[in-house]
Design a protein around this ligand. Structure first.
Ligand code: ADP
Ligand code: MG
Length: 331
């Protein structure tokens, strides 16, 4: 789809997502933008004004410039193609640090160096394809692995030439956190930020929690399978239905298992994580997809401050014990 067409389709979808995504309704101020190849919106219920919304839009554009690795004028593109150690932006350094934490926590499954593998599939291009086994093996043994990225105390990145970062599993969550800080500084007390399924809820709505919808996998955007009640939290969903292609009756989705170079063989359609930081929720939601239902449930039940709602590949909705009484299955 041409970019102009995409923006048009996105604006129509935005209305639907808002209606089913968050049953807030009656926002004092709201704005929808297109960024990170998806629909984004910010809605205020208490405090805030139009100029804050403009600053949110500028922040989104700045972070898109930083994180879009396909933008030849962008920052990650430059870093990825630089041969020497390079001084990196604090936002990139921060994301690499968070990524290292989740790489360790997942036993190496969460890996931001899979860009060359992603490129072999060509997700989102007009002609995606299934890469050859030998090619994947060579790339995995020479070009990937988070031990190849080193950031020192002064935010200098040292990496071998050819190692390329893809921060797609964390960038939207990280940006949502920065947007929340911007709103807090502007004395906004009640708001919803939604960056394509990376939702940050600030405060509550007239003393009641907000209800955030969870997308029904493979159904039209804006159709929810469940809703969760939250106040002051990040609610981030990662799913295999967002970006995939089909070949010979098989689905090739965009969450890659770094041990095989193939789309993760997971029994989850989606993982929604609820915690205080959207960047961490974003990374953790991808980790859960990679682990599969049983291990993901065990991990989140044993991680303080995190809750989860999972949709299995049979469209069953399961959630952690801390969410008892807060989840409604709506399908
Ligand atoms: P979305 O971006 O659709 O919200 P995710 O947060 O799960 O979904 O991120 C998926 C993206 O993460 C992929 O498009 C790719 O850029 C990147 N990615 C794929 N596999 C991995 C992995 N094993 N570890 C970290 N990032 C990954
Ligand atoms: Mg993620």
């Amino acid at each position: 789809m041409k970019r102009s067409h995409r923006i048009f389709a996105a604006l129509i979808l935005a209305v639907l997502i808002f209606l089913t995504g968050c049953t807030g309704g009656g926002a004092r101020e709201e704005r929808t933008f297109f960024g990170f190849d998806t629909v984004c919106s910010v809605s205020f219920y208490k405090g805030g004004n139009q100029s804050v919304l403009t600053r949110c839009e500028e922040l989104l554009q700045e972070h898109e410039w930083i994180f879009d690795r396909f933008d030849e004028d962008g920052l990650i593109f430059a870093i990825n193609n630089f041969a020497e150690p390079v001084m990196i932006d604090y936002a990139v350094a921060d994301c690499i640090r968070i990524a290292k934490e989740y790489n360790e926590l997942s036993g190496g499954l969460f890996d931001i160096t899979l860009a060359p593998i992603m490129d072999m599939y060509g997700f989102g291009s007009d002609e995606p394809s299934v890469p050859d086994e030998e090619m994947l093996k060579v790339l995995l043994s020479t070009m990937t692995g988070m031990d190849k990225l080193q950031v020192d105390e002064s935010d200098m990145l040292i990496k071998p030439f050819g190692v390329q970062m893809d921060l797609g599993a964390i960038a939207k969550g990280y940006t949502a956190d920065r947007m929340r800080e911007l709103l807090e500084d502007s004395k906004v007390r009640s708001a919803i930020i939604n960056l394509g399924g990376n939702v940050v809820v600030m405060g509550d709505k007239d003393g009641e929690p907000f209800s955030v919808g969870i997308q029904y996998p493979f159904e039209a955007d804006g159709t929810s399978i469940a809703a969760v009640l939250v106040s002051d939290a990040s609610v981030v969903t990662s799913g295999i239905y967002q970006r995939y292609f089909e070949k010979d009756g098989k689905i090739y989705h965009h969450i890659i298992d770094p041990t095989t170079g193939r789309p993760a063989d997971t029994d989850l359609y989606s993982a929604t994580i609820i915690t205080d930081s959207a960047a961490k929720a974003d990374a953790m939601s991808t980790v859960c997809m990679l682990l599969g239902a049983e291990k993901a449930m065990e991990l989140i039940e044993n991680t303080a401050g995190f809750e989860a709602v999972f949709v299995t590949n049979e469209n069953e909705v399961i959630y952690t014990s801390g969410l008892e009484g807060k989840v409604t299955v709506t399908k």
